[in-house]
Write a protein that binds this ligand. Sequence first.
Ligand code: ZN
Ligand code: ZN
Length: 429
Amino acid sequence: MAAGLEFESVSRGFRSMFFMLSPNESSYEKVEDVPQYVQQAFPFFVGLMLLELVVGVVKTGGPVVTISDGITSISAGMISRLPLLLMRGCELTAYMYVWDHFRLLELPWDSAWTWWLTFLGVDLGYYWVHRSAHEVAVLWAAHQVHHSSEYYNLSTALRQSATQQLASWIFYLPLALAVPPSVFAVHIQLNLLYQFWIHTELVRDLGPLEWVFNTPKHHRVHHGRNEYCLDKNYGGVLIIWDRLFGTFAPETDKVIYGLVVPINTFENLSIQVGLFLTFLNGPSWKPGKTRLGDHDDNPKVTGKEVPHDPSWTLPLQVYVVVHFLLVLKTYHEPKSVVTPRLFKLLNKIACLVCFLFFVCVCLLLPVLHLSDHYLHEACSVVVPTHTHTHTHTHTPVVSPSLSENETPAGGPAVNTNALIVESTISQPK
Ligand SMILES: [Zn+2]
Ligand SMILES: [Zn+2]
């Protein structure tokens, strides 16, 4: 009996990774009853990553993940969950507020129709969350964390931003006018979990499924820095949104992964906050260009790019792995440091911060619409250097293709020396 229940629980956990749960087994009346699907998925993350490692060695003759990149990605995933210590998650908190105060009707929580409608609604909401994260620079500054790896494997899926939730909640609020929070709480988690398995190079083509679903093949394109890949394939579970809104691109040439200008570091702090130097235009924008910039100005991809992979001594690698495993163990055995009352208070403060952040972005939008003044302010930031100075061009504010004193069409004369941001990135040798 116990073994049967155990098998059922493992089966549900595994199927939740692929959105293979039926409405019957994933509908709940109260938010409190909704399982922590993402939290419970940890063993499946590890299991699937190990499986990918083994199959990768068999198929390609070498590891599909490096220690430096893999640990950086998983660590970023851990950092991205830290805000949840203070709050339930912006999306759910804001959602429940709108539901409590402004709902227009109450769809039944135990209806399959409600389940499927929410499935579509959350996935459509995710499409616009994701598209905005690529087209508005302040949102891109958060989302670029996910794209900063030059590798593409399951660990890349975990490389997430700690700040992205600050703005994404707004896109799901229309659902709160009718869909119960418990149904939304299920779908927002399953939608996220589905996107784990599509980060692999080992699954090449899924035939007819490619028409409807977001698959590894489609999402590889989304992570590419080849020109044909930029700003394409934003879908979460379904790819139909991209086909509908004109942002779909099939995989053709070999995909070269990572940011247009590679970040060349494994320092998580730099990765998390590095691009907050810029604001509201698209990542490829520069003076005299339209809001989203001109992809012709980006460095050309030759197909021979080699990922950043500094050689580490064996003792250093062993140290990093042991240290990482100890942190991982601590991460999964958190001691409760806040009382329920303090938790509620922190939750409210965090929600207020999120709201103010969003209002500030809206208010600053016209002011910061990149006047020449702002441009020079943003572009001439020079951070004091220490240890190792690396001349690093961040994509949104830097024009790698501008030559000295070149005057961009329609824009002011730009001293490219001022466009170079000297970062404090200390790179392992
Ligand atoms: Zn993206
Ligand atoms: Zn991805």
